[in-house]
Write a protein that binds this ligand. Structure first.
Ligand SMILES: [Zn+2]
Length: 119
């Protein structure tokens, strides 16, 4: 869809809570899973889905461990988390924005809680 680069490789480094995504333009970004989950874009987490996305406080480690990733159409991936939450659909476009211009798409970035997340 359009010219947004799509992922060509995705790797979850569980011990470090990192998701590494390589895109079709050979750019690789690393994402802390705390950020991906804390700003989960689903309607349940974001209400009406206005931008920027709101931070939702993290409470337990399974919330930031990925159990499955599936592709949605040709524009997004869906991340399922170990606590059972599986409604977050991350478009390729927002994934690039989270890495490249986070304060444009993530409210109150970086979130205060990030300083003391220590499972
Ligand atoms: Zn959600």
């Amino acid at each position: 869809m359009g010219t947004t680069p799509h992922p060509t490789a995705i790797r979850f480094v569980e011990d470090d809570h990192l998701l590494e995504i390589t895109f079709s333009d050979d750019v690789t970004h690393e994402y802390r899973t705390e950020i991906l989950r804390g700003y989960c874009p689903c309607a349940h987490c974001q209400g009406h889905g206005s931008m920027p996305h709101d931070w939702n406080e993290l409470r337990r480690e399974p919330e930031v461990l990925i159990s499955d990733i599936s592709q949605v159409g040709n524009y997004a991936i869906c991340i399922a988390w170990e606590d059972g939450h599986n409604t977050g659909v991350y478009s390729f476009e927002i994934l690039r924005q989270i890495a490249e211009e986070p304060s444009e798409v993530l409210g109150d970035y970086p979130p205060e809680q990030m300083d003391d997340v220590d499972w």
